[in-house]
Design a protein around this ligand. Sequence first.
Ligand code: ATP
Ligand code: MG
Length: 412
Amino acid sequence: MIKIWSDGAEAGLLDRYGERGSTFAYLPDRPATCAASVTMPVRLPSWSVPFGLLPIFDMNLPEGFLRERLRLAFAKATGTFDEFDLLSIVGRSQVGRIRFTGDKEQLEEDVPFQSVDEILAHQSGGELYGYLLERFARHSGISGVQPKILVRDETAFAAMDPAAQRLSQSYRGATHIVKLWDPNEYPQLAANEYFCLTAARKCGLEVPSFRLAEDGTALVIDRFDLRKDGMQRGFEDFCVLNARRSDEKYRGSYETQVMKRFAQFADSPHADDDREKLFTLLALNCAIRNGDAHLKNFGIVYDEVLGEARLAPVYDLVTTSVYLPQDGLALTLNGSTRWPTAKELRRLGETRCGLTAAKVRQVLERIAGAIAETAHEVKAYGKAHREFTEIGERMVREWEIGINTSLRGVGE
Ligand SMILES: Nc1ncnc2c1ncn2[C@@H]1O[C@H](COP(=O)(O)OP(=O)(O)OP(=O)(O)O)[C@@H](O)[C@H]1O
Ligand SMILES: [Mg+2]
């Protein structure tokens, strides 16, 4: 049995159920603020699923590289290894406000220190990365296919407000995400993401601080779900908002599973502003040819589960078409996964995002300007880093096509 904690308080119990499913029940007398998800209010009847875990508990399970690594390390002890086993390992240290422990255990999060500066300055990563994965994998309750870990940087941790730390004795959580890559599979992926995030920031979107390692082999990102007092904000991705598990992240449309769902859950006086931001992000993804903008790459954040919910800051932007020339959209738009025309994006903005025609044009032009500006930085970096030159040139070419077809509708 696993105990679920929300905002540092005991919320309920989770157990295996039936052949392959699980069931969760809130403890008696829990206040409504203990809800594990905006989709799962506190109630007397339990919440059950016939397969795997409920979406909010499944949300942060490592998917690709990390999951396999943990399976190899822990399967020997348990014999088999399913989602429930994985959750009991990584559940103490997760993205968002939910934590998992054994049913008799108290909440204690103790991610070892690791200097982020050391990672950034390290040359030719191999050895350091092996060590990092070995040490931090079990503390990394974070989804995604690419290898990545959660680490606690001493300087950043010390800067948090200790007086306000409600759980200072038992809470020593991670401050940063370190994304690593297999260079043989996706060369220069860290630099690729670095410049895509740069473009997003220039569009006026909120992007957490991110830094590229000197040798280009890692990207270090500040957690956006961390508050000054050391507690975490709630975070839920669009798989959860659509009541789906992670393996269904490529199913659905931007119109319904993203825009409509966002309108349903974005409960704040800033909803119009956030809707414009979400439209900007969707259009940017098309223009930079990011074919991996699936349901787990968007989310909402909140301080209180019953309070305001805002669009989460931007993460995981990559020009995937430099690796997969035939790539298209991760979800459908207008019934298709083709890269959209400017006309289709304008229609999305006007009919689904409630923007005026003039506003939509202004947003698309702002994105085009931001990408063009970033392209100069890509070229300059490519001149100084020969190992990036070819990928950088391909990125710039993809971006030019993206701007012309999806933002400006040249030849429409
Ligand atoms: N700055 C951040 N702060 C908090 N959580 C984050 C941050 N960036 C990413 N996440 C969370 O970590 C998850 C994995 O990160 P990310 O999407 O960058 O990894 P990935 O391996 O590239 O993903 P994919 O499988 O989509 O390729 C995200 O889905 C999100 O839940
Ligand atoms: Mg992702």
